[in-house]
Design a binder for this molecule. Sequence first.
Ligand SMILES: Nc1ncnc2c1ncn2[C@@H]1O[C@H](COP(=O)(O)OP(=O)(O)OP(=O)(O)O)[C@@H](O)[C@H]1O
Length: 258
Amino acid sequence: MSGEPILCVRALEKRYGARVGCTDVSFDVWSGEVMAIVGESGSGKTTLLNCISGRLPPSSGGVSYRMRDGTLRDLAELGEAERRFLMRTDWGFVHQNPIDGLRMRVSAGANVGERLMAVGERHYGRIRGAATDWLGRVEIDAGRIDDQPVSFSGGMRQRLQIARNLVTHPRLVFMDEPTGGLDVSVQARVLDLLRGLVADLGLAVIIVTHDLAVARLLSQRMMVMKSGRVIEAGLTDRVLDDPRHAYTQLLVASIPES
Ligand SMILES: Nc1ncnc2c1ncn2[C@@H]1O[C@H](COP(=O)(O)OP(=O)(O)OP(=O)(O)O)[C@@H](O)[C@H]1O
């Protein structure tokens, strides 16, 4: 983590009519760091993630992203084609439910290969080779390359969704409760895998989770949200070991002893 931030969020607010989704949120993210956004249901995590990933227009405030050429661009000023290109190439989005991030009726290999084709790769052998390589990296047997994800377990589907996102070497990946829908034993394996890949690839990651154990395992920094606001932010170990805000203390105290 060095140099200039890859993402800058300033005074971001999203309202749904009179209801506040999130408000007064400002932070930066650097390459190679994982930032967790934690908080209870309804605290505004998903709203914030959707605003900063360009999926939802903020009511006010802004988000800027550092392009590969080093320029910092205001997302609101990008054209639709530029925004779509970013989403296909530089960014990834891992959904809680793999069904939202995969095409369930095309093969696993095509799910991975499709993202490569979207960035201009046309050579069948190279696409197949990259898909095989990525299935291996997410610990899916290469023999399943022609199977559709409908025949996969929940954990395999999630690992396939991760491969589909990472094959284009994105620089920034958004994750919305990536292990939320999985059994505990399966969660551990997916978390382990994510941790290794994020470190290997030097990705910037913004991950939404209500699970402080997931934040502890994956993130270096975290933000705690309550009623749409960030009430505490800092290094993950500091926030979890020495929470300053009464609400964070409550959240930390409610983690079951293992
Ligand atoms: N489409 C919507 N229309 C109206 N209000 C909404 C909408 N989406 C979210 N909200 C409200 O905005 C606030 C923040 O919700 P949000 O879904 O961002 O929280 P969250 O922390 O992600 O919760 P969860 O973990 O349950 O998804 C809540 O009060 C919610 O009711």
